[in-house]
Design a protein around this ligand. Structure first.
Ligand SMILES: NC(=O)C1=CN([C@@H]2O[C@H](COP(=O)(O)OP(=O)(O)OC[C@H]3O[C@@H](n4cnc5c(N)ncnc54)[C@H](OP(=O)(O)O)[C@@H]3O)[C@@H](O)[C@H]2O)C=CC1
Ligand SMILES: O=C(O)C1=N[C@H](C(=O)O)C[C@H](O)C1
Length: 248
């Protein structure tokens, strides 16, 4: 049995994760912590793996503490840029048997959407990303959109692609979206939505649209459990659930 603690347990994703862990035959939910709780409860409960669905402003403190204790972490919280990832690698060097998975999106379909987009990137002159989420989301663009843009930008750089054409010379602030490594990312916040993304590719005479929809938060749970099962055997930092999906 894998002893699992959940951080952000009263939140939308944390609550869903507690249910999924309780239902999994090979996992035991030993701690459910939220804002007011002490991290020490994790060690008292003997947690081996922590799942973090909190907030970008608190997740690094949580991870520093978990890594110091040698507790593996499966992280869905957003807000990871290269500087944060580099800090995690430094902390993990001092705790070499500990594993941390940072997964911008745990939905299997969303991971495939990102991989398909990265594969398509080299063939198209134009690309833009539209991410659509529920209006309670605090960060924009989404972690998934940022990661998708990074993967596309890396594929375009490797292929020697030129700049994306855009003749705009006058515009209102925000009209062309955010610039993530040269890729335009547009955000929609709409009651009724959960998590959705379109990646639009274009070239002369054709377009390709790759779209993924999470219609319920249960869609993230297979990925969360995959991370929980694999992380203790994967020391160091892993970025992206695709590394646990045997895609190649
Ligand atoms: N990777 C993925 O597949 C997914 C990632 N996410 C990401 O996960 C994060 C959480 O999303 P969501 O569940 O919708 O957000 P919620 O706001 O519903 O939940 C966050 C929870 O964390 C609590 N919290 C805040 N600070 C702490 C702390 N220091 N320790 C423990 N708990 C704390 C919050 O309490 P309070 O409300 O009192 O602040 C709240 O209960 C976001 O970054 C989101 O983007 C979401 C869906 C999927
Ligand atoms: O806040 C959310 O809801 C989600 N957050 C993640 C993100 O920012 O990409 C994953 C998913 O899109 C849902």
């Amino acid at each position: 049995m894998i002893k699992v603690g959940v951080l952000g347990a009263k939140g939308k994703m944390g609550a869903q994760t507690c249910l999924a862990v309780e239902e999994a035959d090979d996992c035991e939910l030993v701690a459910r912590l939220d804002q007011a709780d002490e991290l020490e409860e994790l060690t008292k409960a003997g947690a081996q793996v922590v799942v973090d669905f909190t907030r970008p402003e608190v997740v690094m403190d949580n991870l520093e503490w978990c890594i110091e204790q040698g507790i593996h972490a499966v992280v869905g919280t957003t807000g990871f840029d290269e500087s944060r990832l580099s800090t995690l690698r430094t902390w993990l060097e001092a705790s070499p048997s500990t594993g941390v998975l940072i997964a911008p999106n745990f939905s299997i379909g969303a991971v495939l959407m990102m991989q398909f987009a990265a594969k398509a990137a080299r063939y198209y002159e134009s690309v833009e990303i539209i991410e659509l989420h529920h209006p309670d989301k605090v960060d924009a663009p989404s972690g998934t959109a940022r990661r998708t843009a990074e993967l596309i930008a890396a594929a375009r750089a490797e292929a020697g692609s030129g700049p994306i054409p855009d003749a705009t010379t006058t515009s209102l602030d925000g009209a062309r979206g955010a610039d993530v490594e040269g890729i335009r990312v547009h955000g929609v916040r709409l009651r009724g939505l959960i998590a959705h993304q379109e990646v639009l590719f274009g070239d002369t005479g054709e377009t390709l649209t790759i779209r993924h929809d999470s219609m319920a938060r249960v869609s993230f749970m297979a990925g969360v459990l995959l991370g929980v099962r694999r992380i203790s055997g994967t020391p160091g930092l892993t970025v992206g659930l695709e590394h646990f999906m045997d895609l190649d």
